[in-house]
Design a protein around this ligand. Structure first.
Ligand code: FAD
Length: 317
């Protein structure tokens, strides 16, 4: 069953979540711990993020800087496979353009095909931290829609070197990202929706939204998508705020507003634990409202928020 099938057939609102691969050098146990605390809510799928190499500079004893290239969170494909085998749950690894050549992407897709993982989220990926603007890798895809076309070609059995095989027995089904408050680089909402529609027309079968804290922004986004004949499921992405610093960091990184009603409650908090409690209450409020408005699925961002997501799930499922 594809994600679209799961959502279209859901009799009541279902649960899913995103997690990150462990930091380089760490064990996979932390990932399992997250899943262990959420598995009772019967996730219909788990998405696993993907991360590009980053350039860092280390101060050395002789006063010079040493340039290092590291991927802080490697292992998306392997983590996805490990989760699928341990928990028998649908996994959706993220496949990104950023930092990867088309050839490296092809190898990742070949690995996924061998592993029997055929659902993916197709994304452009974040900028390198050192770059103000997104720069694709040499021989890499520049936009998610180009990556979608690469996946389509492989589904038809066409490799990027021009050789052909039989079409894949189980083609990749993929989702893409959508932004209720507009992607930061898009000149306006219409332009962003135009490019979203290109991804949908390429063959995406679901959209996962960037986190939002104001449901009205999500409802308006869904309405505008439907007006543009974007008719695939639009999965709302929710993130409980868990620490005071996130009140300013999340809007900065994810370009998402915090509504005044919520910001007012956060301002009253003196400790991170108070913030976490308010964050849980707000996400419960958002979840219930989405459910009452017929959302067939709620997707949660668990980064630094597993316990909060658990408390929200306990309250709403
Ligand atoms: P695109 O769809 O390519 O759009 C990028 C920008 O370019 C938009 O402004 C769009 O309007 C514009 N655009 C699109 N196509 C064209 C075109 N052909 N010509 C001109 N302009 C165009 N990042 C990671 O690094 N790893 C992850 O695992 C990850 N997971 C994510 C999961 C979700 C659900 C979301 C919402 C985001 C995630 N991100 C992740 C962040 C994401 O990669 C960034 O937001 C990135 O800047 C945009 O990705 P995209 O796939 O939406 O890009």
């Amino acid at each position: 069953m594809t994600v679209a099938d799961i959502i279209n057939e859901a009799k009541s609102t279902v649960f899913s979540f995103e997690l990150l691969p462990p930091l380089k050098g760490n064990k996979i146990d932390k990932v399992y711990k997250t899943i262990d605390s959420l598995i009772e809510f019967n996730p219909k799928f788990i998405t696993i993020t993907s991360h590009r190499d980053e350039v860092t500079y280390k101060n050395t004893e002789n006063g010079l800087f040493e340039r290092r290239v590291i991927r802080k969170r490697p292992g998306t494909v392997a983590v996805a496979a490990a989760i699928m085998h341990k928990y028998n749950v649908k996994v959706i690894p993220h496949i990104i353009c950023s930092g990867f050549t088309r050839s490296e992407t092809e190898y990742a897709l070949i690995d996924l095909n061998f592993l029997g993982i055929h659902d993916i989220l197709v994304l452009r990926g974040d900028n390198s931290r050192k770059d103000r603007f997104f720069t694709p890798s040499e021989n890499g895809n520049e936009y998610a829609v180009e990556l979608a076309h690469q996946v389509n070609a492989l589904n038809r059995g066409e490799f990027i070197d021009g050789t052909n095989i039989e079409p894949l027995e189980v083609p990749f089904a993929y989702g893409v990202a959508g932004y209720p408050e507009k992607h930061e680089e898009a000149p306006n909402m219409n332009s962003d929706l135009y490019h979203l529609k290109q991804k949908v027309d390429a063959g995406a079968n679901f959209i996962v939204t960037q986190m939002f804290f104001d449901n009205q922004k999500y409802y308006d986004f869904v309405k505008r998508c439907r007006e543009m004949d974007i008719n695939i499921p639009i999965i709302p992405g929710l993130k409980p705020i868990t620490a005071k610093v996130q009140e300013t960091v999340l809007p900065k990184i994810f370009k998402t507003d915090i509504p005044e009603e919520f910001a007012k409650e956060l301002r009253k908090c003196k400790t991170d634990e108070e913030v976490r409690r308010v964050g849980v209450e707000w996400t419960i409020h958002q979840s219930k409202d989405l459910m009452n408005n017929g959302s067939p699925i709620l997707h949660f961002y668990t980064m630094m928020a597993t316990q909060s997501v658990r408390e929200v799930a306990q309250a709403v499922f």
